[in-house]
Design a protein around this ligand. Structure first.
Ligand SMILES: [Zn+2]
Length: 391
């Protein structure tokens, strides 16, 4: 069993470092039980939010870390994950000392983006500890950030596109929440109708102009670093492991509870696919067969028109090709060539292993390519809208 093939001298901390160094950026969408599910497991079949499925899918934003050895200097602690959302416990083991979390504050880290923890109490706390005296910390960190920006383009039809919205120049962020959109030129605050990917939608009132200055306030997610290994096929061949149904493994730190059906997207890798759609003059939105379409390379139809993103169409809801009212739309059969990020669903968990000191080990999970999980696919794509967009 490959999941038990963990060397005894490899500590959870070492393993986390390994994942960090060899991992890749991923988005993790968690499938969580809907609040309409009763204690006896009954689902409200007419519930609008979950469409009667009993679960909702959402991007994980906060994570808990337990027992991290934390660096300290003077009145400051430097947790590895940042920004810190909540401090739960700060302690030493021998002799056991627990510090009062009311005496600490989460403050911005001046040298780097993020946060550190500062002692603000009256006692001379860890200030007097020497560097080798170990402190441990339990805390929550968040992967979401907020920003207010005027670096947006008005595409017409009540659609604003966030510019330069990338991470490490590797992939585009995704909006989790939109707080407001303002036409700075006219001074008008717009009524938001939704958001998707890098777009914010609002109710157009008629005097919008692409030359106006716009301002929006949004929340977006940073990626996780996890290690995906697509080695199952090779292992099946070499070792003859036939009980596995997956296409890949993912190795995750101990504090990640990836559940059955959760959706993991590799955010840097891009693959190519094609699809033929039949465009109906009355229908503006077309669902593409991959989960996370990043870019349409080409739309070909009998007119040979050069269809352009942001002018004729946008990709919304991750895999919906939406033709814009002010753009040109194919009529009849159109052939698409597009790029997408490989996406997997989690199909099997492994038991949580612990070290002799009762520390938890990282876990390994089996993943299946999302495009292969047919029935799941429709459910998820219908449920993926994080916002309040119904256009
Ligand atoms: Zn529900």
């Amino acid at each position: 069993m490959p999941e038990f093939n963990i060397k005894a001298d490899l500590t959870p901390a070492n393993f986390d470092n390994l994942i960090e160094r060899h991992g890749q950026y991923v988005r993790w969408i968690r499938r969580q039980a809907c609040y309409c599910v009763t204690d006896s497991g009954r689902v409200d079949p007419h519930h609008k939010e979950c469409e009667g499925r009993g679960w909702i899918a959402d991007i994980q934003r906060t994570f808990d870390v337990e027992g991290e050895v934390v660096k300290h200097a003077g009145n400051f602690l430097f947790p590895k994950k940042t920004p810190v959302e909540k401090i739960k416990r700060i302690y030493r083991k021998q002799p056991f000392v627990e510090y009062d979390v009311n005496d600490v504050a989460i403050v911005p880290y001046k040298c780097k983006e993020g946060t550190v923890i500062k002692y603000v109490g009256t006692e001379d706390s860890w200030n007097t500890l020497s560097a080798h005296q170990t402190l441990y910390i339990d805390y929550d960190y968040t992967i979401s950030q907020s920003k207010k920006t005027q670096d947006v383009t008005y595409l017409g039809s009540g659609i604003l596109e966030v510019n330069n919205f990338n991470f490490d120049s590797k992939f585009e962020h995704e909006i989790l929440n939109a707080y407001y959109a303002k036409n700075v030129t006219t001074g008008e605050t717009m009524i938001l109708t939704g958001f998707s990917g890098k777009y914010v939608f609002f109710k157009a009132i008629g005097n919008e102009n692409p030359a106006h200055t716009w301002e929006i306030s949004i929340e977006y997610a940073l990626p996780h670093t996890l290690a995906i290994q697509g080695e199952i096929l090779r292992m099946k061949r070499d070792v003859g492991i036939v009980m596995m149904e997956g296409d890949a493994f993912i190795t995750v730190p101990y504090n990640f509870y990836i559940g059955n059906g959760d959706v993991i997207t590799a955010l840097v890798a891009e693959e190519r696919d094609s699809q033929v759609i039949q465009v109906d003059p009355a229908i503006n939105e077309y669902e593409l067969k991959q989960f996370d379409v990043t870019r349409v390379l080409n739309i070909e139809d009998e007119t040979n028109h050069d269809y352009k993103s942001g002018v004729d169409y946008i990709i919304t809801k991750r895999n919906v090709l939406k033709f814009l009212p002010d753009g040109i739309k194919p009529n009849g059969k159109a052939s698409l060539l597009f790029l997408y990020h490989p996406t997997y669903t989690s199909i099997k968990g492994t038991p949580q292993l612990r070290t002799p000191e009762n520390e938890r080990f990282p876990k390994r999970l089996e993943l299946k390519l999302w495009a292969k999980t047919g029935s799941e696919r429709k459910n998820l794509s219908g449920n993926m809208e994080t916002g309040f967009y119904h256009g």
